[in-house]
Design a protein around this ligand. Structure first.
Ligand code: MG
Length: 265
């Protein structure tokens, strides 16, 4: 199944993509999807992020080659953080960069969508808790990230987590091509088989420390090849079996000059 979320005159709706149409669902399809009978043409709806997370978990250094290019060690257990749920946007929405004078990188990531509430999951419970997979872009302001020593501020700006275009439920995530292009130029190209920890391993580990809820998203880490982007660019994350998540980049509003930069000026 391909699960999407989209704009209607009555408000956002979830639906199942079937050929060139989309069958509306009664709500987030946490367990069994329930159809309302409404159907629209896929070409006539604007897609939103395919779920509404209460939190976005992100993995640091889950591809050895990326850990090394960032000067980090290869972790022995999943290294995870939380970025704001308000950073999520959908396919086609503009990534708004408040501090474009900083190095700001897009990061192609396999995004794991949680389908049921889970805590302290066993390996089999972790598999059952995963609804499916979508493309994620873990946009990262490296100045704030490195100054703070953790990624919360540098990754939590509004629009810094594009997700989509839809969640694919019947997908084996263990060996998929994952790519990032900026303005059509290939930046990152790897396979999910290079992940140090698999999606079920990550769900089992993370749920040992916090409760995952339906709609929560885990960004499973990015491969090597990260490089900056600028306002005016277009970032594209493509994952085999899912599709392409495309987002333009522009300047964003900010309240104050960067305190990190002004401190060093
Ligand atoms: Mg990342």
């Amino acid at each position: 199944m391909r699960i999407a979320r989209y704009v209607t005159a009555e408000g956002p709706r979830y639906g199942l993509i079937e050929g060139d149409s989309i069958a509306e669902l009664a709500g987030f399809p946490a367990l069994a999807p329930e159809r309302t009978g409404q159907r629209r043409r896929l070409s006539e709806v604007r897609l939103l992020a395919p779920c509404e997370p209460s939190k976005v978990i992100l993995l640091g250094q889950n591809y050895a080659a990326h850990a090394l290019e960032r000067g980090k060690t290869v972790p022995k257990e999943p290294r995870f953080f939380i970025k704001s749920a308000t950073s999520v946007v959908g396919p086609g929405e503009t990534i708004r960069v408040p501090y474009p004078e900083h190095r700001v990188d897009p990061e192609a990531e396999l995004a794991v969508a949680i389908g049921r509430e889970v805590r302290r999951a066993s390996a089999s419970e972790a598999v059952a808790a995963i609804l499916g997979y979508t493309c994620g872009n873990d946009v990262s302001d490296r100045v704030f990230q490195e100054h703070d020593g953790h990624p919360t501020r540098g990754k939590s700006f509004d629009t810094f987590t594009p997700l989509g275009p839809w969640i694919v439920t019947d997908l084996d995530p263990s060996d998929l091509a994952i790519e990032l292009r900026v303005n059509g130029e290939l930046r990152q190209s790897s396979r999910t088989s290079q992940m140090l920890f698999s999606a079920p391993q990550i769900v089992a580990f993370v749920s040992g420390f916090l409760t995952l809820l339906p709609g929560d998203v885990i960004l499973s880490g990015t491969p090597a090849g990260v490089a900056p982007m600028q306002p005016g660019d277009v970032a594209e994350v493509s994952i085999e079996g899912i599709g392409t998540l495309r987002n333009p980049v522009d300047r964003g509003a900010r309240s104050v000059p960067c305190t990190v930069c002004s401190h060093h000026a």
